[in-house]
Write a protein that binds this ligand. Structure first.
Ligand code: ADP
Ligand code: MG
Length: 391
């Protein structure tokens, strides 16, 4: 039993004397490459990681849905009969809008009458660090979605459940994120990444083979918190929409690297750099998939580095801590490194030969200490399976 599932079980036992129905879990994710391309209808290459969020469920006889998290002081509950009108709306604490938003969106997607559903208590706990760019948000959505789909017999498939998670995050929480995280958490496979076309939602499993190549994927969590629903994320989305509108295309996915010299004349300087990041990043995802298949993971280092430079210089979503993490990792022998996630904080990843992992860890800590940054948290993650029932 993982730490998260024993904590969730203990939390549930404090809420109810009913026997648990079961335990479901869903992973966080690391995006190997393809940043901010998802809401531009582009390509991404995330993989599910070993830390997971766990939901333990127990029945209630009163037609109410209650959610509790080890993360929050008090549980939040709602009447299932009123679920359809719960969002959009004020009054639900932000954290509870994730699992309750999933219930709301899942019921809408399946067309069932929520007043006929059985009441539930859901106890939630997570081993995914929150706000670190590892998508604890998709993990809580995925775990709740998998649990509710099975318990309520909604019959939604994995892609439908990913959409449910996104709807919860966009319309219940109010964070304007794309579909990548939810697809990774629902569809992840051990030792593999999910190549996702965010326009068609077509996916391909791409073997990573890190272990066989003697590599580890090291995460350097800067501890700098980002907030998706405010700030720069929304600003970058707006810039991409402006760029696509000015170029007369449905989405920046429809612009190719060869188009860039021509489009430079049509956009102001900042919008052009935002567009150039998206366009070149899409190409880097395609190149990474091809390189992984043809040559294996040891050959993708330069693509990771080019992605970081593009986010730092063109999209301007890096922060000094992320740049320091990437530079320290490279100096200490990583074969490639980049910030991952939405930016403005969170984590960097460094693809690292196993015998250099300690050097990378030490170098990151030393660089942060020298710069006067708070000490980073450094750990390795393993490409893992997506959402499932645990027992
Ligand atoms: P990230 O997905 O990078 O971790 P987000 O800001 O997208 O960061 O999502 C973090 C938010 O998700 C938290 O602030 C909290 O509201 C919610 N959340 C994540 N995990 C849990 C959990 N185990 N219990 C309650 N809320 C959670
Ligand atoms: Mg998130």
């Amino acid at each position: 039993m993982t730490d998260a599932s024993s904590r969730a079980g203990a939390l549930l036992a404090g809420l109810t004397s009913a026997d648990p129905i079961g335990t479901w879990s869903a992973p966080g994710r690391v995006n190997l490459i393809g940043e901010h391309t998802d809401y531009n209808d582009g390509f991404v290459l995330p993989f599910a990681i070993d830390p997971r969020t766990v939901v333990v469920a127990a029945p209630r006889a009163d037609g109410r849905l209650r959610v509790a998290s080890t993360f929050a002081e008090t549980p939040v509950e709602t009447d299932l009969a009123g679920l359809a009108n719960l969002f959009p709306g004020a009054g639900v604490p932000e954290w509870a809008a994730y699992p309750l938003g999933v219930a709301w969106a899942a019921v809408a997607a399946s067309g069932v009458d929520p007043s006929r559903l059985n009441g539930l208590d859901l106890a939630i706990s997570s081993d995914v660090p929150v706000g670190a760019g590892l998508s604890s948000s998709a993990a809580i959505e995925g775990a709740a979605a998998a649990a509710l789909d099975e318990i309520w017999g909604l019959g939604l498939d994995r892609v439908a459940l990913a959409r449910v998670g996104r709807t919860a995050e966009n319309d219940a929480v109010g964070a304007p994120t794309g579909i990548m995280d939810q697809m990774a958490t629902m569809l992840g496979r051990r030792d593999a990444a999910i190549f996702l076309d965010c326009r068609s939602l077509r996916t391909e499993v791409v073997d990573l083979g890190f272990d066989a190549a003697g590599l580890e994927l090291v995460v350097i969590d800067t501890g700098v918190k980002h907030a998706h629903s405010t700030g720069g994320y929304r600003d970058r989305r707006d810039a991409c929409e402006r760029g696509a509108a000015a170029l007369g295309v449905p989405a920046l996915r429809d612009v190719s690297v060869d188009d860039l010299p021509r489009v430079a004349d049509l956009l102001d300087e900042v919008t052009f750099r935002r567009v150039r990041h998206i366009v070149t990043e899409n190409q880097r995802v395609l190149d990474t998939v091809r390189t992984l298949r043809a040559e294996g993971p040891t050959a993708i280092g330069d693509l990771l580095l080019a992605s970081h430079a593009s986010m730092r210089d063109d999209f301007e979503i890096s922060v000094p801590e992320l740049d320091a993490a990437v530079e320290a990792a490279m100096r200490a022998g990583a074969i490639g490194a980049r910030m991952t996630g939405g930016g403005f904080g969170g984590a960097a990843i460094a693809l690292t030969p196993r015998d250099r992992v300690q050097d990378v860890t030490d170098a990151a800590r030393a660089a942060f200490s020298d710069a006067g940054f708070r000490a980073p948290t450094v750990f390795s993650v393993t490409p893992s399976d997506g959402a499932h029932r645990d027992d």
